[in-house]
Design a protein around this ligand. Structure first.
Ligand code: SAH
Length: 268
């Protein structure tokens, strides 16, 4: 039997290694088999606030759990210290899972962590995860591409550094595409008005999906004109994604997930 293949993680005494692992958007069943195997055998799991409790529950009992926080504008541990922590744990010979929400290489700063590990000579691997755009699209019934609505899809971040809005608005406002905006909740009003100012019709449908794939997922649908007001009136807080474009109109028919929960509430 191939020992290595069947052991949850490399045996103790081997040099340390850091695994940058995508934890997906929240539903633990969206974890990869590789993520589950690595979590089960890790000596240390370094995670942030986007990692759901149900995902973290896959860490083995022996694992030291290290919370490093991370919310827009409010980092519990600065990125540079997170990078150093990973290097230190690797140097101690530990098998480390750096567990990140969604996919490590999509707005997750996984690239910076991998660069630091490379520079320090610490062996690492990257395990992709379901990015929240894909999780939200699937669970809110909004296909990101569709032959009737969008032939391309852009992932952008709405997190505005120093309050300045440096997105490429003319490109974002083009027809025939879907926009997915990560970290766009606080600048939602500005995003909608800029898209309209750059030629996107004011009645373009837009969805805001909060805590996608989790049992308390909520979706608000509106237009570029009225969604900011609706979101403000219900007091949505991050994490939430924005999806803009004709594909949003499919939500009415394809929203299998919340339909499942309302059916359950009726049945209870
Ligand atoms: N690497 C992550 C993104 C990190 S940036 C990924 O691939 O998904 C953080 C942003 O991701 C949040 O502000 C929010 O816009 C989005 N996000 C992450 N998880 C989410 C979830 N469950 N529901 C909605 N948005 C989510």
């Amino acid at each position: 039997m191939d020992e290595k293949k069947h052991s949850p993680i490399e045996s103790a005494g081997s040099p340390g290694k850091v695994y940058l692992v995508g934890g997906g958007p929240g539903d633990p069943e969206l974890l990869t088999l590789k993520a589950v195997r690595l979590l089960g055998g890790a000596d240390a799991v370094v995670y942030d606030n986007l990692v759901s409790a149900a995902v973290l529950a896959h860490a083995g009992k022996q694992a030291e759990l290290l919370y490093v926080g991370k919310k827009a504008g409010n980092h519990t541990l600065p990125q540079i210290d997170i990078n150093q922590l990973l290097v230190d744990l690797g140097r101690q010979g530990k098998q480390v899972v750096r567990l990140k929400g969604g996919d490590p290489y999509i707005f997750g700063r996984g690239g910076e962590e991998a660069e630091t590990l490379h520079a320090a000579g610490i062996p690492f691997e990257v395990v992709p995860g379901v990015t929240s755009a894909c999780g939200a699209a699937a669970y809110a019934g909004i296909p990101l591409t569709h032959r009737d609505h969008a032939q391309s899809c852009l992932f952008v971040t709405g997190h505005l550094k120093d309050e300045t809005c440096n997105l490429d608005w003319p490109t974002l406002a083009r027809p025939g595409q879907t926009l997915v905006i990560y970290m766009g909740l606080t600048s939602l009003g500005q995003i909608c008005s800029q898209l309209i100012a750059h030629g996107m019709p004011a009645d373009t449908p837009i969805a805001c999906i909060r805590r996608a794939t989790l049992p308390d997922q909520r979706t608000l649908i509106g237009t570029l004109t009225d969604l900011p007001g609706r979101v403000a009136s219900v007091g949505f807080k991050p994490p939430a994604l924005l999806i803009v474009g004709g594909v949003v109109t499919l939500h009415d028919r394809l929203d299998w997930f919340s339909a499942q929960f309302s059916a359950q509430i009726v049945a209870d």
